[in-house]
Design a protein around this ligand. Structure first.
Ligand code: ZN
Ligand code: CU
Length: 498
């Protein structure tokens, strides 16, 4: 009897942080059945000959809600070795949609009125399942989509009856397979929402052991207070917290990453909190005339009224138009921008921290996207691991695989071992590199040889294979939420030193 597929002589990086070892990997149907010496042949054999084999990478922070429907090959992601994407982040999800007319920004990051066509989360999840795509999908539901559906005016807090309607929508979404709720109170249509509105929704999430991912209110001057706000909402709601794209995003908080990480470490001793990060000094989101001051430079990533300005500096455009950057941003809206507002030392400290997962935060529908869309994972493995030695290869892979699989409750994923699902990335550790730059952002990584999802090859010979083995994954094995007793500070200091 032949195995379906055998990978020969791979350098196995199993995702747990353990030392690599050379082994064959046998796959039958969607599972890994043997890691070691494989005597039997396979219907198909891949000679890795020293290439690394790791679990497929999990991109925990994406805005791929629509990409999974319109680009089933998921080239931007699979070309990086990604086999699972978490969607619906920052409060922004493609469903449910119950409002009339065009979507409000930042929902526009996902598309226009015609694209928001799923009144229930179940109808969206069914569409993802029916169409199928190359990667697995872990969908989350966004609070801003709920607000836009329920409130006539998103500039005010929700009334109790509106909160009840949103609670019902959270119930529907989680029953239909959403892994949790995301919020983006940074953005105008959710900024009026405080704990009185968010906590009741999180309590519904808690009933199904879901997760809470937060784009916090202010990643600049108000960073510490905003972290505290997200943590206290999560605790009151009884849900595990994922802080999205952790960063120090204004001159006043440059250098504060040590304090921020210490705060999260302390919290993690008693409560399930974690975070994700992307490896760049610039962020990207909708154009916000009121938030230009934090950035040293802004580049336009898309603009509906002036599509040809995508890729240009906002200051240059303002110069051409003889107006202020704020006025230029207003005239370019709806649109998106790339904001240079972090410092490399903070990016590195956050990236290297053992609690952090990797999330690209890529915006797949931008005309001139931030390079994180195509470059995040290979940039870490090439630039930060191989060139700068900021972290080891096994540690970086752990942060991309077993760590997120545990936090998001993805059973039998994120670890390369017998019995696990055959989500595998084969890559050359000496060659892997991002090629996407701010100037040329749409460019696939180098050094990714072959990628498998659920036992099927989804990437080979430098391109997508056209197979669509991805599944909608739901959360299992949720971590218990009973708070652990707080250790004495002497004990935790000893642990930190040990
Ligand atoms: Zn965000
Ligand atoms: Cu985001």
């Amino acid at each position: 009897m032949l195995h379906d597929l055998v990978i020969r002589e791979a350098l196995v990086i199993d995702g747990t942080g353990a030392d690599p070892f050379v082994a064959d990997i046998a796959i039958d149907r969607d599972r890994i059945v043997r890691v070691g010496t494989v005597g039997r042949s396979g219907h198909r054999e891949i000679l890795a000959a020293g290439a690394a084999a790791s679990p497929g990478f999990i991109d925990v922070h994406t805005h791929d809600d629509r990409l999974v429907l319109i680009d089933p090959g998921m080239t931007a992601k699979v070309s990086q070795g990604i086999t699972t994407v978490v969607t619906g982040n920052c409060g922004i999800s493609l469903s449910p949609r119950r409002w009339q007319g065009p979507p409000v920004a930042p929902l526009t990051l996902l598309g226009g009125e015609r694209d928001f066509r799923y009144p229930t989360f179940a109808s969206y999840a069914a569409e993802v399942r029916d169409r199928g795509c190359a990667t697995n999908v872990v969908p989350m539901v966004g609070h801003t989509a709920l607000r836009a559906s329920v409130l006539d005016d998103c500039a005010r807090p929700a009334r109790p009856d509106e909160i009840r309607l949103m609670e019902a929508m959270v119930d529907e979404a989680l029953a239909a397979g959403a892994t949790g709720l995301t919020t983006g109170v940074y953005y105008p249509p959710a900024a009026a929402a405080g704990a009185e509105e968010i906590v009741p929704l999180l309590r519904r999430v808690a009933q199904r052991a879901g997760l809470y991912a937060a784009h916090i209110r202010d990643e600049g001057d108000g960073l510490m207070a905003s972290l505290d706000e997200a943590i206290s909402c999560a605790r009151e709601g009884g849900v595990a917290l994922q802080v999205s794209h952790l960063k120090c995003a204004s001159p006043k908080v440059w250098g504060a990453s040590g304090r921020v990480l210490a705060r999260l470490e302390r919290e993690a001793e008693v409560y399930p909190v974690s975070f994700d990060v992307y490896p760049y000094e610039a962020s990207s989101t909708m154009l916000r005339p009121d938030r230009l001051a934090d950035a040293t430079r802004v580049v336009v990533s898309w603009s509906d009224p002036h599509p040809d300005e995508a890729g240009r500096d906002l200051a240059e455009i303002a110069g051409d138009w003889c107006c202020s950057p704020e006025d230029a941003a207003r005239r370019l809206s709806p649109g998106g921008g790339i904001y240079y507002k972090m410092q490399e030392r903070d990016v590195r400290r956050i990236l290297a921290h053992p609690m952090g997962m990797i999330g690209s935060d890529g915006l797949p529908h931008d005309r001139h996207p931030h390079p994180r869309l195509w470059g995040t994972f290979p940039r870490i493995l090439g630039h930060y691991v191989r060139e700068l030695k900021l972290l080891t290869l096994v540690e970086a892979v752990r942060k991309m695989t077993s760590l997120p699989a545990a936090a998001f409750g993805l059973a039998d994923r994120g670890v390369l071992r017998e019995g696990a699902f055959a989500d595998i990335a084969l890559f050359d550790p000496l060659k892997i590199a991002d090629t996407a730059t701010f100037a040329r952002p749409v460019s696939p990584a180098r050094g990714i040889d072959t990628v498998l999802a659920n036992g099927q090859v989804i990437w080979a010979n430098g391109g997508p294979t056209g197979t669509r083995p991805g599944r909608v994954l739901s959360r299992v094995a949720a971590r218990p939420l009973s708070p652990k007793p707080r250790r004495s500070s002497a004990a935790s200091a000893a642990t930190a030193l040990g």
